[in-house]
Design a protein around this ligand. Structure first.
Ligand code: UDP
Length: 408
C-alpha cells in the first residue's frame, strides 16, 4: 500500500499536506522503539506508520526491545498501576526493570535525530550516553490521569529527562515538566480490518457464524474483559429483544493466556446458552477480515465500556458508517459527540433506551453513521496520524514553536 492509495479515502489535500511537510524533513533519522513486534494497537500502527514515513523520505526505523518474562511481568503491573490499580512496586521489580533497560541500551540501535519511545516498557532507555545529539520523545498510549503514586514517581523520574511527551488525549495527560503534545491514535482505512468489503463476503461471514443476515444484528467487538461490560451488553439486549427481535454478537479474541479473560468468556457462554440469538464468538488474532465483516453486517454497534483507553473499535465501527452506542468514558468521548456521531451512555438502561430509539429510527441511525464516518475521516485516519508525527518531528527537532496544532 502506497501513500497515494490513501487519496481515495482521506482526500488529496491530506496526502499533499503530508508530502509538503515531509519535503522539509527529508533524510532525518527517526527511530521508534516499543516492546513488541506483533499484537496490540501500537505494533499495528507502527507496522504501517514506519513504511509510510520511509516512503515520504524520512529515514525511519523501528526497534523492538527484548525482555525476560520477569521484565514483562513488571511492566504488566506497571501498565495496570499507571491506569489506576493499586499494586506494590518492590525494590526487586525496580531492579528487573533497570536491568532490562541496561541490556537493551547496548543491543538496540538508538542512533537517530529523533527517538520516539512508546509506552512505559522502554521509557528507561534514555541516558546521557544513549541520547547523544538526538531528541527523545516519550509516546504514551495509556490513560495516565489516575496513576498509582509510586509507579508514577518511578516513571516520571525517567520521562522528565525527555524533550517531549505525547498523549492520545488531553484527558490522559500528566504534567512532567516537559513539552506535551496530543496525538490521538488512528485506524488504517485500507487494512483488512477496515477496507470496503463486498456485501456477499459480509453475508457469508455472518452465515458462517450462524447469524441471520435478514434480522437486525447488535454487535460488540472487544477482548473478554469486564471493563468492556459484556454482561451489561447482554442485560441491555434482553431489555430490548421483546419489542425489537434482534440478534446479539459478542466477538472477542482468544483468551487462552489470560485467566480473567477465560473466565469472562466462560460466563458469557453460560449466559448465551439460554438464548440462541446471543452469539459469543472467540476469534483468532488474525481474524481481521471477519471482524470487519461482523462490524459491517451489524445494524448497531455497542461499545459499552466502563473504562477505556482510546477504544479503536469505536472508530472502526464509525468508519463503516455504523450507528454506535458507547460508554461515555476515556477516549470514546472524543470519537462520539452525543447525538451527532453516536450515542453516549452511562448505564444498562441508557444502552437499552438508545438501542430501542435507533432500532425504531433507521434514518436517524443512518445519519449518525454518516456523521461518524466523516468525523473519523477528518480526525482518526492513519494519514492524520502520520501528518501529526511529521509536525512533531519538525517541532521537536527545531526546538521552535509555530505549528501548534498537535500541542496540548
Ligand atoms: N480486536 C480484534 N479481535 C478481537 C477483539 C478485538 O482484532 O477479538 C481488535 C479491535 O478490532 C481493535 C483492537 O483489537 O482494533 C482493540 O482496541 P481497543 O482500543 O478497542 O481496545 P483494547 O483491547 O486496546 O482495550
Amino acid at each position: 500500500m502506497n501513500l497515494s492509495d490513501y487519496e481515495s479515502v482521506a482526500g488529496r489535500d491530506a496526502v499533499d499536506e503530508i508530502r509538503l511537510i515531509a519535503s522539509r524533513l527529508r533524510g532525518w533519522r527517526v527511530v521508534h522503539v516499543n516492546s513488541t513486534a506483533v499484537g496490540g494497537g501500537v505494533a499495528e500502527i507502527l507496522s504501517r506508520m514506519v513504511p509510510l514515513m520511509k516512503e515520504v523520505g524520512i529515514d525511519a526505523r523501528w526497534e523492538v526491545m527484548r525482555g525476560t518474562d520477569d521484565f514483562f511481568a513488571v511492566t504488566k503491573s506497571m501498565h495496570n498501576a499507571l491506569q489506576g490499580k493499586n499494586l506494590p512496586l518492590t525494590e526487586e521489580m525496580r531492579r528487573v526493570y533497570e536491568e532490562a533497560q541496561e541490556a537493551n541500551r547496548s543491543t538496540l540501535n538508538l542512533e537517530g535525530d529523533i527517538v520516539i519511545i512508546h509506552d512505559p516498557q522502554p521509557a528507561g532507555l534514555l541516558t546521557a550516553v544513549t541520547r547523544g545529539k538526538a531528541r527523545w520523545v516519550w509516546r504514551c498510549h495509556i490513560d495516565l490521569s489516575h496513576p498509582d503514586a509510586a509507579y508514577w514517581d518511578f516513571l516520571r523520574d525517567r520521562v522528565s529527562s525527555y524533550d517531549g511527551t505525547i498523549f492520545s488525549s488531553p484527558k490522559f495527560a500528566r504534567e512532567t515538566g516537559v513539552r506535551t503534545f496530543v496525538i490521538p491514535p488512528s485506524i488504517d482505512p485500507l487494512s483488512d480490518k477496515n477496507r470496503e468489503l463486498e456485501p456477499s463476503v459480509v453475508r457469508q461471514v455472518l452465515e458462517d457464524h450462524g447469524i441471520d443476515p435478514t434480522r437486525p444484528v447488535i454487535t460488540q467487538v472487544s477482548r473478554f474483559d469486564l471493563f468492556k461490560d459484556p454482561f451489561g451488553v447482554i442485560e441491555a439486549w434482553k431489555k430490548v429483544k421483546e419489542d425489537f427481535p434482534c440478534q446479539l454478537v459478542l466477538a472477542g479474541g482468544s483468551a487462552d493466556d489470560d485467566p480473567e479473560g477465560a473466565s469472562v468468556l466462560a460466563g458469557l457462554r453460560e449466559a448465551a446458552a439460554e438464548d440462541k440469538d446471543i452469539h459469543v464468538l472467540c476469534l483468532p488474532p488474525t481474524a481481521n477480515l471477519e471482524i470487519n465483516a461482523l462490524q459491517r453486517g451489524s445494524t448497531i454497534i455497542l461499545q459499552k465500556s466502563t473504562k477505556e483507553g482510546f477504544g479503536l473499535t469505536v472508530s472502526e465501527a464509525l468508519w463503516k458508517g455504523k450507528p454506535v452506542i458507547a460508554g461515555a468514558v476515556g477516549g470514546i468521548t472524543i470519537q462520539i459527540k452525543h447525538k451527532l456521531t453516536g450515542m453516549l451512555v452511562n448505564s444498562v438502561d441508557g444502552a437499552a433506551y438508545y438501542l430501542k430509539y435507533l432500532l425504531s429510527r433507521p434514518e436517524e441511525a443512518a445519519a449518525l453513521g454518516r456523521n461518524g464516518r466523516e468525523h473519523v475521516r477528518q480526525n482518526f485516519l492513519l494519514t492524520r496520524h502520520l501528518r501529526d508525527y511529521l509536525v512533531l518531528v519538525a517541532l521537536v527537532r527545531s526546538g521552535r514553536s509555530g505549528l501548534v496544532t498537535v500541542e496540548a
